[in-house]
Design a protein around this ligand. Structure first.
Ligand code: FAD
Ligand code: SIN
Length: 528
């Protein structure tokens, strides 16, 4: 039996900040279908804690936000993309507030906090440390008010449908059935890939699907070696890798090693508020020096009531593990948090494939360079989600986007199933891969760690080249593909920049100002 068929004007793959904002932009121009592979609340957006950066406070200016972003990105940002984000950001935030998003206030004035590498207090937050949930709530409410937006939850996108280098839809697994969904334009907003690492802050959905399916479709993928590791996640046996927001350091928390010594002033003038890559490597260095699996985050000198009201979610979560953050130092260690690279887009979300747009963490606009400035990703998702939506609207009005001929072709296709690779234990490989990525392609890399990782991943090439009708196996295929791209790009960049640190090439190295690029069928190469 052939797959069933559905046709819409716009297909948005992903229901986090980027996908929802794009869908809202598209709503008045045609039918929009938003896909999520789990429930709508299971996204990195929903878990975001610290806040959203925007130059709206009296002490701030757009040009200072621009400078801080460029500096954190270690000179590898796309300056035009940064300019667009910081200049348009305030307008999109005010619009979000007009849709009902509530940010914390002091009296009637918005309250701004500080995070690492920001030279101003510019981070808006909600309910203390649940900013993502509030942004998501406001966007879902706005999307629900539009009758042209519909949603399929638990709809796992397997692959894109491409005809003549034009994206005309996606093959989607819903329950046990595959549906071919045809659309005049497709927006990819599938988020990040933290689940590739055994230690991560990311939710289970973050398996790099969008990057892998775009790569298989022939899209240009860039900057994959730049993985951001968050310095402070809860270290406690049996506890999840729960994030301890950088905003805690912004409000005065300090880092101490297991001997109780504060160490960050020895590593950087900005101490605990140095950029994330600097703080993460300093923590690793202290863990090695003291032969410990963690350091401590200490807030015990701060006012107890302030801590409880400013970080209510973190306070109550840590209590579940018998840590009272107002009285006890919190054991912390770094974990994989964000991918700076991804599907390359221009300032309007266009990818190298016509009809395929990308926004949010799956995309690489170049805004983050080699190291993302804290709280810039929610802003990026909002600004570039909207811009991708706008461009998709003009794309379908300017180009012949009729998909009917292709639809009838695909209607005749026999439904693809597993292409019978040799038997394998998907869960075992997934777990082994995550540990290899953490140990060998992690915070500190070198050719002696990267080359064996690459050998391991190549052993599983038969899975990367197969096709499946099962979410876990398809996710594994995607994870292997993305792991391969990260490792190859990390091998190519024989130098250190931002979050990519090679112990065998500590200086910037040749081509440092260029970008690594991956396209299916070619060895990784350099582009400008
Ligand atoms: P997501 O919000 O992750 O959404 C991805 C969507 O894609 C989901 O709906 C998912 O179901 C769907 N999807 C994925 N694969 C498929 C598939 N194959 N088929 C169908 N659907 C699919 N950033 C900040 O700016 N400030 C913060 O304070 C902050 N805190 C963070 C805290 C945590 C714990 C984490 C994990 C991240 C944090 N970040 C923060 C980063 C930020 O949250 C993310 O980068 C951002 O939310 C990504 O948004 P997105 O829309 O691109 O993807
Ligand atoms: C945090 O709250 O520390 C996360 C902020 C971010 O990732 O931007």
């Amino acid at each position: 039996m052939g797959p069933s068929i559905k046709t819409v004007d716009f297909l948005v793959i992903g229901g986090g900040v980027a996908g929802l904002r794009a869908a809202i932009e598209l709503a008045s121009k045609g039918s929009v279908l938003v896909l999520t592979k789990d429930t709508i609340s299971e996204s990195s957006t929903g878990y975001a804690q610290g806040g959203i950066a925007v130059a709206l406070s009296d002490e701030d200016e757009v040009c200072i936000h621009y400078d801080d972003t460029i500096k954190a990105g270690d000179s590898l940002c796309n300056e035009n993309a940064v300019r667009v984000m910081v200049e348009e950001g305030p307008g999109y935030i005010l619009e979000l507030i007009s849709w009902g998003a509530e940010f914390d206030r002091e009296g009637s004035r918005l309250s701004f906090t500080r995070e690492a590498a920001h030279t101003r207090r510019r981070i808006l937050h909600s309910h203390g440390d649940s900013t993502g949930k509030e942004i998501e709530r406001a966007l879902i409410k706005k999307a629900r008010s539009s009758p042209s937006i519909s949603r399929y939850d638990f709809a796992f996108t397997l692959d894109l449908i491409i005809e003549d280098n034009r994206c005309i839809g996606a093959k989607v697994l819903r329950g046990d059935s595959v549906i071919n969904i045809f659309a005049k334009a497709v927006i990819l907003a599938t988020g990040g890939a933290g689940q590739l690492y055994s230690k991560t802050t990311n939710p289970m959905i973050a398996t790099g699907d969008g990057i892998a399916i775009a790569y298989r479709a022939g899209a240009l993928i860039v900057d994959m070696e730049f993985i951001q590791f968050h310095p402070t996640t809860l270290y406690s046996v049996g506890a999840p890798q729960f994030l301890l927001s950088e905003a805690m350091r912004g409000e005065g928390a300090v880092l101490k090693n297991i001997r109780g010594k504060r160490f960050m002033p020895e590593y950087h003038d900005m101490a605990e508020l140095a950029s994330r890559d600097t703080v993460t490597r300093a923590i690793v260095s202290e863990m090695v020096k003291t032969k410990s699996k963690h350091v401590y985050l200490d807030l015990t000198h701060l006012d107890k009531d302030f801590v409880k009201t400013r970080f209510p979610q973190i306070y109550s979560t840590c209590l579940q593990y018998d840590i009272d953050i107002t009285e006890d130092m919190i054991p912390v260690c770094p974990a994989a948090h964000y991918i700076m690279g991804g599907v390359r887009t221009n300032l309007d979300g266009e990818t190298s494939i016509r009809g395929l747009f990308a926004a949010g963490e799956v995309a690489c606009t170049g805004v983050h360079g080699a190291n993302r400035l804290a709280s810039n990703s929610l802003l990026e998702g909002l600004v570039f989600g909207a811009r991708a939506g706008k461009k998709a609207v003009s794309y379908i009005s300017e180009e012949n986007t009729d998909t009917s001929a292709a639809e009838s072709g695909h209607r005749k296709l026999v439904n693809e199933g597993r292409s019978s690779p040799k038997p394998f234990d998907a869960e075992k490989i997934r777990s082994t891969l995550r540990q290899i990525m953490w140990k060998k392609v992690g915070i500190i890399r070198c050719s002696k760690s990267l080359a064996p990782a690459e050998n391991w991943i190549n052993r599983w090439e038969f899975i990367m080249n197969a096709s499946f009708r099962n979410r876990r196996e398809s996710e594994l295929r995607n994870m292997l593909t993305v792991a391969h791209l990260i490792t190859e790009s990390a091998l190519l960049r024989k130098g250190s920049a931002g979050a990519h640190y090679r112990s065998d090439f500590k200086e910037r190295g040749e081509h440092w100002e260029r970008h690594t690029a991956c396209v299916k069928g070619k060895a990784p190469y350099w582009i400008d």
